[in-house]
Structures are given as C-alpha cells and as structure tokens.
Design a protein around this ligand. Structure first.
Ligand code: CA
Length: 224
C-alpha cells in the first residue's frame, strides 16, 4: 500500500515511516495539514495516517475538507489525545479508525493490515456512477443496453473521474494521471479527449455529463 503519514513530530513520523517500509508499504511524510491536502488531492494514496494537532490546519479540518470534496481514501487518525469528544469529532468528520499515541509498531501494523483487508474484500472490476458502468477488464463504457470501447487515454481519464466522481479534476491533475508527470501533454490534449468522451456519453444516452468549471477543471454530473 501507498501510505501518507501526516505528523509534525519528526521523530515519530520517521519511526512510523520506518515501520511501514519494513512491512513492505511505501510511504510519504508531510508535517502540516495544508501540505497534507495538497498531497492527497494529487491522489494515489491507499491510506492516510492523520495526526490531529498539526500546524497550519488541524487533522479534523483536513479530514472534513477531504470528505466534503468526495475523497474516500481510508483515514486512520493518530492522536495523543484520549478524550472522548476528540474521538467523536474525528469519527464524525469521516475517520475510519483511531490509534492513540503512544502505540507500538505491532498495533500500528495490525490496524493498517485490517484496513487493507477491509478494502481488499471488494475486488473492483467495474466503476459505476449514475447510469454509467465502466468495465475495467474490457475497457468498455456501458449505459443500459448500449456500450462503447474507450481508447487508452479516454479510459485513463474516465477511470480516474469515476473513482471519485464528486471530485473536481484540474487539467494538471488529469495530465499527470493520464499522460504522466513528465509528459509534454498540454491543456489542449485534455480538452480534446474530454470532447471525445462527451461524444461517447451522448452516444450512450447517459445522464452523466462532464461539466467544465471555468479555470478550475472538470467534474462529472448526473442529470436525473
Ligand atoms: Ca501533532
């Protein structure tokens, strides 16, 4: 799993990173809430370990913000606080589990493993939103009795947008995920492929559209 550690106590963050890497996970570290949001918005994390007391933006606010943006990545809250109100606030804000500091490495790995397994139970071979189904094995987009094949870039874009359908996708993010961070693709490439996808959605007669939010990016919308 690819894990983001959000923790401002450097020694603890390093220790957690070491434990996770030794257990075969990959991990990045950030030390404040605002950087955490920046990292998570780029995507690619399977799990977030989130401290509550953080500089710039506290962990509860980070979590509320992510969930309000439709980001569903599992979150394990790490906190020195043991009082009930903080735990309730964290769970209300959308945390999946809790770990109170100090914790031992075995317990951390057990919790991380439990969250992996919970996620692992669902073997995704399709993504659905509104009346649309994207079949991952056959690269086919389906709506009712109609279906179309997608090209590789169309598939990459659609798969990303359907994985978190309520999120807004900037052109930079779409380029980095569909073409790669070091590609020379430009906004024009994204616009061209979004237009191909819109044609296919119209052909399918889907109620799902790709809305253009001026200067921000794209988001899927469902028309009932
Ligand atoms: Ca802290």
């Amino acid at each position: 799993m690819n894990i983001l550690i959000v923790e401002d106590e450097t020694a603890l963050a390093e220790a957690v990173e070491h434990i996770l890497r030794k257990a075969g996970h990959s991990a990045d570290r950030v030390a404040d809430g605002q950087s955490a949001l920046d990292y998570i918005r780029v995507g690619g994390y399977d799990l977030i370990l989130l401290d509550i007391m953080l500089p710039r933006l506290d962990g509860i606010s980070v979590l509320r913000q992510l969930r309000s943006e439709g980001v569903q990545t599992p979150v394990l809250m790490l906190t020195a606080r043991t009082t009930v109100p903080d735990k309730v606030a964290g769970l209300n804000a959308g945390a999946d589990d809790y770990l109170t500091k100090p914790f031992d490495p075995e317990e951390l790995l057990a919790r991380v493993g439990a969250m992996t397994r919970r996620r692992g139970e669902v073997v995704l071979d399709e993504l659905c939103y509104g009346d649309l189904t994207l079949e991952l094995n056959t690269v086919t987009l389906r709506c009712g009795s109609r279906d179309v094949q997608l090209g590789p870039k169309e598939f990459a874009l659609m798969r990303l947008m359907l994985s978190e359908p309520k999120m807004i996708y900037s052109k930079d993010l779409l380029i980095s995920r569909a073409w790669g961070l070091d590609s020379e693709a430009t906004d024009n490439n994204v616009e061209a492929y979004i237009s191909f996808l819109r044609k296919k959605l119209r052909y399918l007669g889907s109620g799902v559209t790709i809305k253009n939010l001026q200067k921000i990016g794209y988001r899927l919308e469902v028309t009932p």
